[in-house]
Design a binder for this molecule. Sequence first.
Ligand code: PPS
Length: 323
Amino acid sequence: MGERELDALLARLFLTDFRKGYVRVGPNRVVLPAYYPDFRDAIEALPVRASDSWVVSHPKTGTTWTQEMVWCIQNDLDFEKAKIPLPERFPFLEHSPLFDYRDILPRIPDLKLPLYVTNSVKYIDEMPSPRFIKTHIPWELLPRQIQDGSVMPKVIYVARNAKDTCVSYYHHCKLLEGYKGSFDDFCKLFLGNSVCFSPFWSHILSFWDRRNEPNILFLKYEDMKKDLPSVIRKTAKFLGKELNDSQIDILTNHLSFQNMKNNPSVNYEAVVEINRTYNLIAADGEFMRSGTVGEWKAKMSPELIDKFDKWEEENLKDTGLTL
Ligand code: PPS
């Protein structure tokens, strides 16, 4: 399928008042919402602070999990303060272009949205230090001061294998982004570098290639599943924090899938509820969905698995990265 057909599929299958279509931006033709260009200059010019902690990722790779881990480590396991909703204490840079409420708000005057939703870039710019910032924006569209190295905040990147990311993203798009198509069509879009924040591989590789820079930590979802205490230890060391064994146990427990699923400050149940209450998106499901590795085996046909594996092989050849 060519880019024009993929664009048509994307426009046809994502039906929501939040999105007015998509654009492709920059040298990698990154797929972003049509409202993104209104924010692009402000994002690229955003003053970065050396005291910032950034969690950067492709969607559905363990961002929320990593955010909660980073925030708790940096805030000396202050679980009382961690009850503040994650989007408020760890805002999402491109929240506003991704969820465009301009047509919705006049229709629903009761819906009162915070600044981190209506103008996430301004909210972040005005946040007191130390700031915690989530973004799915790929390397080449990040604020210039990160790219040119003139300011070096802590940047934690998290990656996940393509097949589980795709399964997770499909469910996410149905639940939160108005996706109306089939799983097969979603996979076509994913493999065709045509879902929001695609292309997948250049997103990951641009951080993998920088993994040895002193302010960048590259993590994998699969490692967090396999041995979370080790990942916590590594992250704490990177952040210059010391945690004793008992604190590592406490944090491992706080970050377990079950505990995060039951934790309203990180499980996005309030967002799903708002979408249902105001009939913005009427899909069933939960953000904290499966939290496993290898779910793709039960969801993908052998032919599809083969396509994904070839795609991965072509893109990871000679990179030293395995997922
Ligand atoms: S988003 O919307 O892009 O920020 O989503 P993101 O947070 O990157 O990814 C969501 C997936 O991460 C899973 N998740 C976890 N897995 C294991 N343990 C913990 N604690 C955890 N927290 C979140 C979440 O369930 C989504 O994966 P799927 O496969 O859909 O369940």
